[in-house]
Write a protein that binds this ligand. Sequence first.
Ligand code: BTN
Length: 274
Amino acid sequence: MNVFDFLNVFELNIIITLQNNIFSGLFVGQNLLTLKEVDSTNNFLKNLLTNSKPVPEGTVIMAESQFAGRGQQENKWHSEPGKNLTFSVLLNPAFLGVLNQFDLTRAISLGVYDALEPILGAQLKIKWPNDIYYADKKLGGMLIENLIQGGQIKNSIVGIGINVNQQDFPAGTGNPTSIRQILHEDYDLRTLLSEICTHIEAYYLNLKAGKIVFLRNAYLNRLYWLNEPQKFKAQNEVFAGTIINVKETGLLVIKNNNNEEREFSLKEIEFLNK
Ligand code: BTN
């Protein structure tokens, strides 16, 4: 049986390469579909799931170009065609309850971080909840979309964008950086994808094995601004405070200068860079 049997004729027409078994892990990246152009790899994977044929866990959809890439909080994700990694991974963490969704975010963030750290070094951080930062600039981010059934996560579409070989970024796209801007040389996209898949799989298997304390500590150890006095904005109020923790559910805990601990969700808090 062909591993790509789950694709229909329409999908096969827009795929430029089908590859399997090129990565070292057990399942993440074993089925890799590279698309020349797509609206969003998350959308493509979501559509595939509505097909009658099951899609194997760990399938990766990668695009050379996305014309409607999506970011968190309804933002757009801009990426110069052919220069960066834009891909989505299918996971089926049915062992994870809805209340523990943030542990999946932790596992994926850690996987991406650990793939990049040997290349970029200690200035790499995870910015809560799941941005990848180098110094004070954004190198990448993720959009994890969970399909819930009966209180459990049936499917998780893990969309990841990493700026790799893009040199220039349009104004108004945040505060981005890329591996190329940091190292002043190009990095092979497929090698990096393979590293990320390997590390995501390792952390995902830890999550599946219930090693939650390990994951939570590892995530905190890599967190941007942890235990550093910084400035934030919430409800139009600028305040000084220090990130001291991330709750099990994923809320960010900041202690303000009056020693009060406040908890925030993503929509409620803004980091104010110097
Ligand atoms: C963010 O930081 O706002 C999240 C960015 C996520 C971008 C990736 S690129 C691949 C996948 N497809 C999308 O449309 N979005 C994610």
